[in-house]
Ligand binder design. Structure first.
Ligand SMILES: [Zn+2]
Length: 129
């Protein structure tokens, strides 16, 4: 599996820009601009997976790459069809919390470990807790 990295050299980087603009503040350690690290895992079938890691608390998130690029927002794309069939919001990225960093393993954070939710819900939770 690829290593986490961050490329600042390109003006546009879909993963980097998604992380900085759409995820933004870290939901766990609350760093305002954590400069998310990212990597992509290639899949033979279906959408690739995109991973994001906060370099401050080492918590990790996963999305299907088609939700990062927006391809899955289209109900006619294969991953869009899957979302529709699962009753998900079409034009909303879904995030799975795959790891909570050691320093932020509070009981409250741990409740969300392993859960998948719309990004908007994770953002709302970030602001209330
Ligand atoms: Zn963090």
């Amino acid at each position: 599996m690829a290593e986490y990295a961050r490329d600042e050299s390109k003006k546009i980087d879909i993963s980097r820009d998604f992380a900085d603009k759409k995820i933004g503040k870290c939901p766990f350690c609350k760093t305002e601009e954590p400069k998310w690290l990212y990597k992509e895992e290639w899949k033979l079938i279906g959408s690739n997976d995109s991973y994001f890691k906060c370099p401050h608390c080492e918590s990790e998130l996963k999305l299907i790459t088609d939700d990062v690029t927006g391809l899955a927002y289209s109900p006619v794309s294969p991953s869009g069809k899957k979302k529709k069939a699962a009753g998900k919001i079409q034009n909303e990225p879904y995030v799975t919390i795959i790891k909570i960093g050691l320093s932020v393993k509070t009981p409250q954070n741990m409740l969300w470990a392993g859960e998948e939710m719309p990004l908007a819900q994770l953002k709302a939770w970030t602001e209330t807790k």
